[in-house]
Design a binder for this molecule. Structure first.
Ligand SMILES: Cc1cc2nc3c(=O)[nH]c(=O)nc-3n(C[C@H](O)[C@H](O)[C@H](O)COP(=O)(O)OP(=O)(O)OC[C@H]3O[C@@H](n4cnc5c(N)ncnc54)[C@H](O)[C@@H]3O)c2cc1C
Length: 615
């Protein structure tokens, strides 16, 4: 018999979304536990710099925040989710303040707010340029104070989900996790619910602002267990990352007045008319394309990047509001940003798509919830506005935690799962998609790492299947190593499924993904140790990266329009008649199916009429 830990609510991941979900479940009276592959305060939320959007002032409004978010989403966000986000964000920000979050302030002591791209009012609250760091510590203190159990350095490898033919009839019993410190594999039984809060998937690309831990684990595990992935083609590329490392230079620099220049010293956002009067504070997709156009048309610096200059803001203001940026530029690019401009170029930053949920965080599988960057509720649609991810962590993290604890949040307006009468699509892929023949060693859950048969003993058998798979990886002494596969896949995704995309390129990426998936059948782990075996962990992560990459490329191939972050060379128009719908992909036991769900533009406050997004 395996060790089985038992709690009411198991939250997988302890970034902003996971911590907030665990606190909410605890407040609802549940015995909640966090299971996380990193210590909570090492979660990637700690890297967030710029701030948190919330309509706090009388001159601002929930309606205005919701309108900006819908417009920024290029009308692919769902109104019920957007309205919940904007309505609940102010209360959540004030709660953080009461919990001790050290927000930056004005002279009169009120919390400061600054402008961010695509916002019609300066509604981004912040703590210097280290907002995420303070946020994680504030939330973690609340977790410690409440005595919520944290299993840190436990890597969740699989969901224990029943195996009914229709995913909407399945139930999530818990998760299987691997103790990074000891090598033990154990089950975690959730009496009430599991919340996935595992963050982003930046490691699908080789130039990213995301940490090495952002490998799309939650997305891939949920997908293989039968939960659809939604709008995966919408990947945000941030316009200001340092060229040599991908480290982010926050949008706060442009929000505070930072200026972009090309090699000719032109302020190209204005001089080449990329975004009208918005200039540098246009939304991220627009600025990223502008920068790459400058480079492609020969006005880039060293044919690679442009300059971001903040010297004119003055040393006092920079030290007060952007000090962290000085350290990042110096440490990671060797540039003194008080003396010269910083080199910047676009890099993968955020995944708008993810695990399909309703506005209560529920997936179509009973007992399985998701929140934060791994989820798609969908508030960001085709393009996320800067400062809108962090409020989503609290608003949706809280709701998912409550729902998992059994709190009745009322009936959701967003549907989940596939009823069978939705529009489907054939993918004109150059290679087969989905599972290669299931490797015998992985058992029935296999090629998929997802669901197992019969309800009774689901968790025990999931632990068993995972143990056999890990033993196999450790005992095998020849084959291919994950690092080689990871590099090949990341390069292909960055080359072909980046800011600019076309059909040929995406198909080439799919060929590489297929080759990598086939070679993964022969993967082995060179390091046989049971403690802190990073090679083993990265090998397990690699299968998630493969599934996420394929879902992104397939979704990018079928969406034959240009919307938000998804630019298609052959399809330069946003075509609302055909494409006001979410791209959904279901694993279907290893044989992926593409289908669509209409966007919901009718909110409780108003119906959002699609307009041209001209900034
Ligand atoms: C550099 C940077 C700056 C940003 N700045 C801003 C900003 O200013 N404003 C804004 O709104 N947004 C910002 N964002 C976006 C925002 O910070 C992220 O979307 C958000 O923090 C993600 O939070 P999360 O809780 O979903 O995931 P994370 O904080 O990434 O946490 C994921 C958690 O899941 C755990 N985990 C993952 N996989 C497993 C597994 N298999 N088993 C167990 N545990 C697992 C990890 O240990 C971690 O605890 C920024 C993003 C980046 C990269």
């Amino acid at each position: 018999m395996s060790t089985i830990h038992e709690h009411d609510v198991i939250v997988v991941g302890a970034g902003g979304a996971g911590l907030r979900a665990a606190i909410a479940a605890d407040e609802a009276g549940a015995d909640a536990a966090l299971v996380t592959k990193l210590h909570p305060v090492r979660s990637h939320t700690g890297a967030a710099e710029g701030g948190i959007n919330a309509a706090l002032h009388d001159e601002d409004s929930v309606e205005s925040h919701a309108y900006d978010t819908m417009k920024g989403s290029d009308y692919l966000g769902d109104a019920p989710a957007i309205e919940v986000l904007c309505e609940d964000a102010p209360e959540e920000v004030m709660r953080l303040e009461h919990w001790g979050m050290p927000f930056s302030r004005e002279e009169d002591g009120t919390v400061s707010q600054r402008p961010f791209g695509g916002l019609s009012y300066p509604r981004t609250t912040y703590a210097g340029a280290e907002t995420g760091h303070h946020l994680l510590h504030t939330l973690y203190q609340q977790v410690v104070k409440r005595g919520i159990q944290v299993y840190d350095e436990w890597y969740v490898t699989r969901l224990a989900v029943t195996d009914e033919p229709d995913p909407r009839d399945r139930t999530c019993e818990g998760v299987v996790a691997y103790d990074v410190q000891s090598g033990e594999i154990a089950g975690f039984h959730a009496r009430s619910g599991v919340v996935l809060a595992t963050g982003g998937l930046g490691q699908v690309f080789d130039h990213t602002t995301n940490a090495v831990s952002c490998t799309g684990d939650g997305q891939a595990m949920a997908y293989r267990a039968g939960v659809p992935l939604e709008d995966m083609e919408f990947v945000q590329f941030h316009p200001t990352t340092l060229p040599s490392t991908g480290v982010l230079i926050s949008e706060a620099v442009r929000g505070e007045g930072g200026i972009l220049y090309n090699e000719d010293g032109e302020r190209f956002m204005f001089e080449h008319g990329y975004a009208g009067e918005w200039g540098e504070v246009a939304s991220r997709d627009v600025v990223s394309r502008a920068e790459l156009t400058e480079v492609q048309e020969g006005r880039g610096i060293e044919d690679e990047y442009v300059h971001l200059d903040m010297r004119h803001l003055g040393e006092d203001r920079i030290l007060d509001r952007l000090e962290n940026i000085l350290h990042l530029a110096a440490d990671f690019e060797g540039v003194d940003a008080l003396q010269g401009p910083m080199p910047v170029k676009p890099g993968q930053h955020y995944q708008m798509g993810g695990i399909e949920t309703d506005e209560n965080g529920a997936t179509c599988v009973e007992g399985l919830y998701a929140a934060g960057e791994c989820a798609c509720v969908s508030v960001h649609g085709a393009n996320r506005l800067g400062g809108n991810a962090l409020p989503e962590l609290f608003v949706m993290g809280k709701r998912a935690g409550q729902a998992a604890a059994g709190v009745d949040l009322g009936e959701a307006r967003i549907e989940t799962g596939r009823a069978g009468d939705e529009e489907t699509d054939e993918v004109d892929a150059p290679v087969p998609l989905g599972a290669v023949d299931a490797p015998a060693i992985e058992g029935d859950a296999a090629a998929d790492g997802g669901a197992v048969t019969e309800t009774e003993g689901v968790l025990e058998r999931a632990v068993q299947a995972e143990r056999e798979w890990i033993e196999h990886l450790l005992e095998k002494d020849t084959g291919v190593q994950q690092a080689e596969l990871r590099a090949e896949l990341q390069e292909a995704m960055t080359e072909y499924v980046n800011v600019f995309r076309n059909e040929d390129g995406i198909k080439r990426a799919l060929e590489v993904i297929r080759r990598v998936r086939e070679r993964y059948q022969d993967v082995y782990v060179a390091d046989p140790s049971r403690t802190f075996n990073t090679d083993l962990q990265q090998t397990l992560e690699m299968r998630n990266i493969i599934d996420c990459a394929e879902a992104i490329a397939v979704s990018a191939l079928v969406r034959t329009e240009f919307r938000g972050a998804h630019w298609r060379q052959e399809h330069q128009e946003r075509t609302d008649d055909d494409w006001l719908k979410h791209t959904m992909i279901s694993w279907d036991d290893g044989d992926p199916t593409l289908w669509y769900r209409p966007v919901i533009l009718e909110g409780d406050r108003k119906t959002y009429e699609p307009k041209e997004r001209s900034y």
